[in-house]
Design a protein around this ligand. Sequence first.
Ligand code: 2AM
Length: 176
Amino acid sequence: MSARRKRRLFFALWPDAEVRNSLASAAAVVRKHGSGRSVPDENLHITLAFLGSVDEEVLDCVRSAAEQVNAGAFSLTIDRAGWWKRTGILWLGPSAGPAALNRLVKSLWAALEPCGFWPDFRDFHPHVTIARRWRKARLPEIKPVHWPIDALMLLESHTGQRGARYTLLERWPLIR
Ligand code: 2AM
């Protein structure tokens, strides 16, 4: 009997081409000031809820959870770079606590609970990872990136020889 298929899934904010370009430019500026392993531009995103390896049969529940999310569209400003020493993650993120983003994540986790998922114990720190194994030199100022958030996306992560690759499975518009 073959093992049940599992898929590595996460919900994210996935930028459109214009926002991705702006994030990539800001990332390039920050990465001039240190060394580590850069995240390719096509992978830039903000994870909202990481589900890990999910049984294929749970996918319908995950999809209907996303439909139940009750949160409005909002605008996010990515205006600072940061570095987590313990994990070596170099990131871009918002400096102002975005209440609408916290509401979205809370609503998403609440909807996912009946599917058997529980929120991370760690606090939610919205960030776009731009490099890993980073050894800090300094963190420069960045040109703020205005990111209109109007949808929630479900992605699948594949690990290949060249690192992670993500495919967009589905998107759900937020309330306007
Ligand atoms: P990171 O960028 O901070 O590493 C796909 O792997 C996405 O899910 C990445 O954005 C990654 O966040 C996040 N992720 C991977 N493993 C995770 C975990 N165990 N807990 C929370 N988020 C995770």
